[in-house]
Design a binder for this molecule. Structure first.
Ligand code: CS2
Length: 492
């Protein structure tokens, strides 16, 4: 255990002793210009680092106020260390950087008025978000789900919101009342068309509150689409130990990530922002193309590795991809069924991009737990897998390997329910009560998963070829002993 603790006071001593980089701007006098909703590991490893690097180069009042919607842990742990934390880059080269961009953390459920005051302050120029797929509270047709519990709550108590959408609209309302310019809103979630989706949710909510507020937001708030990418496994106790040892001071919440990092943003930006292009952010008019490439290659392969690997009893991405059978399967899935399902951005060599992703999975320095990627399958697969199946159907391309991947998610859920393992998914309760999950009849299981309209939509529910491929895949998985899954998969 270190006697020295990471804090503003000990920073210089830490840098002297361990030669790691620390903030080189005048942190104490830097104002908060960004409010970020959802300051989890990904935000701290990605957007906060780009902003930190801008301030390291050229200063600016771009300090971040992180707003946790529910949990107080981030605030309580990070406040103790003046909101400083270490970014550990674990790859071929290992390096550490202390990040100072976050200046304050608030907990929305406990500090509602402070959050709204911070978001309404003149100095706040930008609101950014990582609230995951679930946080958008959208219905199937892309509109705001007015029956969502949080939205119902917020519409009845608009000044005491619980949802991100409720906080955004309430603070914009306040700015309009105070005659303060609106802020821009940057969604950084791994969601297709994230800016547009957020815009729809915010405008629909505002319309319920006050039609003129909706009009004002539509005219004044810019919601760019973005694509974000960097593999960031969650912090484990060994991360805390190893990082604290490396920097020679106790850091109770370091973040780990791979070296690769990418942030792509719509280029028709209006309004103030940090000079992110100075530190590698790409502004383009084809965010959607990059987003598709990333969701379809990186994320679809990730989920496939997570479900098939878990069924084989493996634990990390590195374990699965290092196995020859799984490796071959992933390469085949990418080449035969993913690449070619969409038109990639013109500046992207899609084959090289795919190979680079598989090399990133082979990073031995990072332990990325399959269990973490397996979370929220009912939300994630709708963006990263089902659109590929749909496009392949349209283009008369094969869908067999994709159906194998989907069937492995079904089996993963069935096994988790059978073994009473926790399922982290907004639909967990529904899966647990789905009686057919306990059936031995594969067609019955497929029928009942496919009947979940919000996930599969009528087109897939009624597609007999897809149903048959799913039945074949699940039958193969069920007949295969765990240890032989790798050979089965290699033979597909
Ligand atoms: C992963 C992503 O957990 C998951 O679902 O696929 O978090 C992935 O690591 C990131 O999108 C990489 O940018």
């Amino acid at each position: 255990m270190n006697t020295m603790k990471l804090s503003q006071k000990t920073l210089a001593a830490i840098a002297n002793k361990s030669k790691i980089s620390i903030p080189n701007y005048d942190r104490e006098n830097t104002e908060i210009g960004i409010v970020h909703l959802g300051p989890g590991a990904f935000h701290r490893a990605h957007q906060a680092v780009y902003t930190e690097n801008v301030m390291n180069l050229s200063g600016g009042n771009w300090g971040i106020c992180g707003v946790s919607l529910h949990s107080a842990t981030a605030r309580d742990v990070l406040t103790e260390q003046d909101n400083l934390y270490t970014l550990a880059i674990l790859d071929k080269n290992i390096s550490y950087q202390v990040i100072g961009a976050i200046k304050e953390i608030l907990v929305a459920s406990q500090q509602i008025d402070e959050v709204i005051a911070r978001m309404s302050a003149v100095s706040t120029k930008l609101v950014t978000l990582t609230i995951t797929e679930k946080g958008y509270c959208l219905a199937n047709d892309g509109s705001l789900d007015l029956n969502h519990e949080d939205i119902k709550h917020d519409l009845s108590n608009p000044t005491k919101p619980v949802s991100a959408i409720g906080f955004i609209v309430e603070s914009l309302k306040q700015r309009k009342l105070d005659g303060v310019n609106a802020f821009n809103i940057l969604s950084c979630d791994n969601v297709t068309g994230n800016g547009e989706k957020l815009r729809r949710a915010v405008l629909d909510y505002a319309a319920q509150i006050d039609g003129s507020l909706r009009v004002w937001i539509e005219a004044n708030v810019f919601f760019p689409n973005t694509m974000v990418d960097s593999i960031t496994p969650k912090t484990e106790s060994y991360t805390i130990e190893s990082v604290s040892k490396a920097i020679g001071a106790q850091d109770n919440w370091p973040i780990q990530r791979e070296e690769f990092s990418q942030w792509i943003i719509d280029n028709n930006w209006q309004g103030e922002r940090p000079d992110w292009e100075q530190v590698g952010v790409i502004f383009t008019d084809d965010v959607e193309g990059f987003e598709k490439a990333k969701l379809r290659l990186l994320n679809c392969l990730h989920s496939t590795l997570a479900y098939t690997g878990s069924l084989a009893g493996l634990v990390t991405i590195f374990d699965v991809i290092s196995d020859k059978g799984f490796y071959q399967f992933i390469c085949k899935l990418a080449t035969d069924e993913i690449i070619g399902s969409f038109i990639p951005p013109k500046e992207l060599d899609i084959k090289a991009y795919g190979n680079q992703i598989i090399q990133r999975f082979l990073n031995p320095s990072i332990r990325h737990l399959l269990a973490q990627i397996a979370w929220d399958g009912s939300q994630k697969l709708q963006m990263r897998l089902l659109p590929i199946i749909r496009d392949n159907i349209k283009l008369s391309r094969s869908t067999e390997l994709l159906c194998f991947s989907l069937a492995s998610w079904f089996e993963f859920i069935c096994e988790s329910v059978k073994n009473n393992k926790e399922i982290v998914d907004p639909m967990a309760g529904f899966f647990i009560t789905m009686a057919e999950i306990h059936s031995d009849d594969v067609s019955e299981i497929i029928e009942s998963f496919l009947s979940i309209e919000p996930i599969f939509g009528e087109d897939l529910i009624n597609n007999l070829i897809i149903k048959e491929q799913l039945i074949n895949s699940l039958t193969k998985i069920r007949n295969c002993p765990k240890k032989q899954l790798s050979s089965l998969i290699e033979s597909l």
